[in-house]
Design a protein around this ligand. Structure first.
Ligand SMILES: C[S@@+](CC[C@H](N)C(=O)[O-])C[C@H]1O[C@@H](n2cnc3c(N)ncnc32)[C@H](O)[C@@H]1O
Length: 382
């Protein structure tokens, strides 16, 4: 509940509420009394959902693994029709379908058939969420003992190995084989964020965009479609930049886009852009590295150049489960980085020399928030 910070009155009111709800006697009374029953049920349901969240995720993972949504997208079918196609015995298919119906992933239709539910329909042709769901197997393995991670124990390593740059002293020396999986996942999930950013900040008045940590160039290819005359430069680790270069060539963007390989924590970044972007980059890094990247972005821009910083942020109203809960624990399991609030990022940007830092509203802050900042007017290299 929002309340004026430091208000002793609210502290006392909340303490009273906590004492009341903590009483098993009160909870029994509230569940039985007609006026409080709906509220008590909602609260019980919310708590149950928290307890059961892992099971729900595994049901979704099973649906993805057996390609249930692809099959239901062909039209309603019975469990008996679906079972052999899903590679499941009939009772397994029925159990999965019942669970999927309960979670709105599937729906019962006439003549004992099943169709897509509203959430299942949203999974069809949705490579972004499908790939995220698949790679969660590693996350859940790493989160087996969350308290050990909170106590500072090193994660067991599945995610750290998946994102090797996070813990690597010399990431620009990473071989191509170690960047392939995460680069493909980022490319698959990039459509979730690119239009969010471009709708919020259309880039039309700029001349050249430098995308730092730009992956295989999926974001810049979308920018190229939407902003016809913008020149594009991508910077990423050498094997990732090589992939981007090949993608730009096959998309016919050779004249407009180029990719440069290197380490943004050291050395010089490509010069010449009037706007730079950091999309889903800063939250991967601990504070010292995050600050070094922001300083490097500052040096790459001309006086009054613009920086876009887009990622899920902590303390975002309405998106707290994504920023503070999901990314808070995901990045802990990965072994580096943390979600930061817009206020923290603003302070870090100011420290790096950026001014006029403002948050620009995106339509789905659960996916990404956006900060736009301007480099101060000091001469380049200062
Ligand atoms: C989470 S991915 C985001 C990719 C892309 N911006 C997107 O949103 O799809 C982070 C990117 O930063 C790159 N990266 C990590 N450490 C780097 C470093 N030291 N120098 C340059 N790029 C780095 C990674 O290779 C990866 O492509």
């Amino acid at each position: 509940m929002a309340h004026p910070q430091g208000s002793a009155f609210w502290d006392r009111a909340l303490a009273w509420r906590d004492r009341t709800l903590a009483s098993a006697k009160f909870r029994r009374w509230a569940a039985a009394f007609a006026l409080t029953r709906p509220l008590a049920r909602r609260r019980a349901r919310a708590l149950f959902d928290l307890c059961a969240g892992f099971v729900y995720s595994q049901i979704l993972a099973a649906c993805v693994q057996v390609r249930l949504f692809d099959m239901l997208s062909e039209g309603p079918q019975t469990a008996a029709d679906l079972a052999p196609r899903l590679g499941l015995p009939l009772d397994g298919a029925e159990r999965l379908l019942a669970a999927a119906v309960a979670l709105q992933l599937a729906e019962r239709r006439s003549f004992g058939r099943y169709g897509l539910g509203v959430l299942g329909a949203a999974m069809v042709d949705n490579a972004a969420v499908t790939e995220m769901v698949k790679h969660h197997a590693m996350l859940y393995a790493d989160l087996r003992d969350p308290v050990a991670l909170l106590r500072g124990q090193q994660p067991s390593g599945a995610l750290a190995a998946y994102w090797p740059y996070a813990a690597y002293n010399n990431p620009s020396g990473l071989p191509g084989g170690q960047i392939a999986d995460y680069t493909a996942l980022m490319a698959a999930s990039q459509p979730l964020v690119s239009d969010e950013i471009l709708n919020a900040y259309p880039l039309g008045r700029h001349r050249c965009l430098l995308d730092l940590g730009g992956g295989d160039g999926t974001f810049l290819r979308r920018v190229a479609e939407r902003v016809p005359n913008l020149q594009l430069i991508l910077f990423d680790l050498p094997p990732v930049a090589a992939r981007a270069e090949a993608r730009f060539a096959s998309a016919g963007l050779g004249q407009r886009a180029r990719a440069v390989g290197g380490d943004f924590r050291q050395g010089t970044l490509p010069q010449g852009a009037d706007v730079a972007s950091l999309v889903r980059v800063i939250h991967d890094h601990d504070d010292a590295t995050a600050r070094a990247i922001l300083r490097a972005a500052y040096r790459a821009l001309p006086p009054r150049g613009t920086l876009l910083l887009a990622e899920p942020m902590a303390a975002t109203p309405g998106a707290e489960p994504a920023g503070d809960a999901y990314f808070g624990f995901y990045l802990m399991a990965m072994g580096r980085g943390r979600p930061r609030s817009a206020a923290e990022l603003t302070a870090m940007l100011n420290d790096a020399g950026f001014i006029e830092v403002r948050q620009v509203r995106t339509s789905t802050p659960l996916l990404t928030s956006l900060i736009v900042a301007r480099r101060d007017g000091a001469a380049a290299g200062v």
